[in-house]
Design a protein. Structure first.
Length: 256
């Protein structure tokens, strides 16, 4: 595969082949962070003359660091520092569960309606549409990553795992992992990287998974095998890749 890299302002573009979106998310307007598996942040709706007028405001009783998601029936799920809450389209609260979520990645909704999110205690958690517990997967560190759902139901996310100290224990680096879980919350595989993964994985053609870490953009297949890796020259580890319909992958960088 030929890869062409271009730097444009604060965006690095890598051109690859055309892309097909993964289909493991709920069939709704906004089931995950940035709206879809390609992480484009684009809605399929034409909002016309909608000027962003306020419809309603609700106090969720804590800080909100993540984006809400929308279920197939229009239910809005919001994760605060104290609870996971569900609202209907008119802003009426349907339920609230004290799951203590915090500032981790945004929740996602699977194609069977379950909601997956990260708790403060480093536990990836799955609940149903009524907020009832389904399963949990314990991690050794925190994740800032919002999960990606493959079209076979596999759940992918990045996590900060361990501090690796030098011999004199005067400095350290974090190691991170890209995890793949089965739909029942059991581990399928994990791939270790140096430095923290603070971004969310995206998916392109052939179910290729794209993840940033440190200065690198890496492509993996669904078995966790690295297909290719590109060094961007700058820190891109906090930038979630966005995959355009023509296959262009965009990431932003921090000039350290």
């Amino acid at each position: 595969m030929t890869i062409r890299v271009a730097v444009m302002g604060l965006v690095i573009l890598i051109l690859v082949c055309p892309v097909v979106m993964g289909a493991g998310f709920a069939d709704s307007d906004w089931p995950c962070y940035k709206g879809n598996a390609r992480r484009t942040g684009l809605s399929s709706h034409d909002f016309g003359d909608n000027l962003g007028r306020e419809n309603w405001v609700r106090n969720v009783g804590g800080s909100v660091y993540t984006t809400p998601v929308i279920g197939p029936d229009g239910t809005i799920y919001v994760m605060s520092s104290y609870s996971m809450q569900a609202f209907d389209a008119q802003g009426n609260q349907l339920w609230a569960k004290p799951w203590m979520s915090g500032d981790s990645g945004s929740p996602v909704i699977t194609d069977n309606g379950d909601i997956i999110f990260m708790r403060y205690d480093y536990t990836m958690t799955c609940i149903d549409t009524e907020g009832n517990f389904q399963w949990a997967f314990n991690l050794t560190g925190k994740t800032y990553s919002s999960s990606l759902i493959g079209n076979d139901g596999t759940i992918y996310f990045g996590s900060r795992d361990y501090k690796v100290w030098d011999v004199e224990r005067t400095s350290y680096e974090w190691t991170s992992s890209l995890y793949a879980l089965n739909s029942d919350g059991t581990m399928k595989w994990n791939k270790t990287f140096v430095r923290t993964i603070s971004s969310s994985p995206a998916m392109g053609q052939g179910n290729t998974i794209y993840i940033t870490h440190d200065r690198n953009l890496t492509a993996l297949n669904q078995n966790g095998n690295v297909l290719w890796e590109a060094n961007m020259g700058y820190y891109v580890g906090a930038s979630t890749p966005a995959v355009a319909p023509d296959g262009t992958i965009s990431v932003s960088y921090t000039h350290l």
